[in-house]
Design a protein around this ligand. Sequence first.
Ligand SMILES: Nc1ncnc2c1ncn2[C@@H]1O[C@H](COP(=O)(O)OP(=O)(O)OP(=O)(O)O)[C@@H](O)[C@H]1O
Length: 606
Amino acid sequence: VIGDVPDNDTRYFVGEQDALLAFRQAFRRLRDEPSWKGLHCLLHNYSTWHGITCLNYHVTAIDLPDFGLSGQLDDPLVLANLTELTVLSLRNNSIQGAMLDFYFNLELTSIDFSMNMLSGPISDSLLYLDSLESLRLDHNMLNGAIPPLNQSSLKALNLSYNYYLTGEIPRTATLQSFDESSYLGNPGLCGNPGPISCQNRPKEKTSSFSNGLLLAASVILSVTMLIFLARSIRDYCMEPKESEVVKEKSFQLDFSGVNVNRDNLTSEERREVVKEVRKKITFVRAGGGFDLDNLLKASADGLGKGSFGSCYKVVLDDARSIVVKRLRELSPLSSEEFSIRMRALAAMDHPNVLPLLGYYYGQDEKLLFFNFAQNGNLFNRIHGERKGPNRIPFKWSSRLSVAHGVARAMKHLHLNTKESTAIPHGNLKSTNVLLDENDVVLVCDYGLVSLVPPSLAVRRMVSYKSPDYQHQHKISKKTDIWSYGCLLLELLTGKISAHSAPEGIQGVELCNWVHRAVREEWTAEVFDAEITEDKSAWKGMVRLMEIGLWCIEISPDKRPEMGEVVRELEGILASNCDSEEDSTDRSSVSEATPTVGRGGAVGDEW
Ligand SMILES: Nc1ncnc2c1ncn2[C@@H]1O[C@H](COP(=O)(O)OP(=O)(O)OP(=O)(O)O)[C@@H](O)[C@H]1O
């Protein structure tokens, strides 16, 4: 029914949408398919996308048999976000490469990849599909051993004519219950109920056997890894409180040293544990996933403790660095509520917003996963190593592009925040502005106001306290704009604001200080000495200071919108480029000292 949107309409199933888009990307036929456009299940609860079925606003079926799909799915977890998927039918296409993994598609009842060109082993993930009723993988080129499928739900199986399946058909009740037609056309496969007896197998099958052994070993290994994952997460959740952890500077997520007696768990219990853990970790971005086993094996270094928890850096085996943000003192949120909020955060996709990769929801523990920003935070860039030999000057043009990047991110957050469910940033400050390896700005810690009780949000958020915030205890877009103004003042003056200084660091009443400077017509001293050397940029600096003052107008109504700020900054950037060109010609450099005046943008007296 069109318009039948649930109350929680802020949710935007970006994960599901992304999964389908990534799937589409692999096949030209789908890229050209006119119906695969726009939102799929979210707004209508039915799909206009050919072959896609929705139920309760989730994708439940992909049914594209005989559809001319030719190509390869490079990411085996491409459909991981389709957690409600029950039917996957891609029969009689030309799909190549490895089979998909279904570790996160636990509701699957029917999988049909028959008559494609799949190669490589049959995915072990099938072992975890408790509701699987029908599995058709016939007429492909799959190799290796058959995983020991034993779900009683499985009523139809066809693995015939893959040619390269090897080893003995596992003696599980389920696999033994099918007749030989399920296994025909695999000369390396032996044992009941297949057509070839293991005794009669030719000698050269040793290699196949060892392949089988290897595969069986890898199945066991991966199950073992998953049990570690489950136990590690459980043990991780019982780690000392974050204050102790941060004090230690680092801690180990690896519990492989702990004497885990895996034999204590029946296979049924193992599967339960693994399923539970998998259900609790959700990746919200296609391609944003990472190997969880790796995550738990790596050691984690404490990055610091903030208002809502602590951050840890974890370096994965593939050298990728992940940040785990461990949240505390949240509102009591059900898994569903938490996931709606997470998906709202994930939907805030912008090149200057640090993307959420995924999250973990446990009873006592909530974790968010992000990429690590290599060049640290803006606070350290402005104030770090000030007098030390390692200080790299933070030039005007870099500061201006940081100001621009933050403004773009804030504009995006504001435009994509519905008034009714308002999630403004809420906590903009220099430690929440990160720089990646190319110095691209990534604003982080946005939207957390939606996760904490209002009383706590009021006490802990809005780092640079605006007068309206102090009086009314209301967090709004206008308090964000105030914070942005303070951030500009910090960037321009190089002074630490008392309101946003990390614990143990002294700061000044920055807004008052700048207003005094303006009132008393101080000149260049108001700016950080590191940038005033570049005299060609003074005009831009003055203009940026004026924008900062505009943002910290006492009356919220007089503060600009972020869109206006972005426009103003783009004006400065354009003239900055001009003056950089001109500055090669010394004659055009003004020698006048800058004076911050009250431009048209600045109104109220202080
Ligand atoms: N993805 C990231 N990459 C690099 N550093 C990060 C990342 N996320 C957070 N940090 C850094 O980790 C430290 C701790 O962050 P955290 O968010 O816990 O606290 P905070 O930003 O100081 O305060 P608050 O919680 O009030 O925002 C900060 O110095 C922050 O800049």
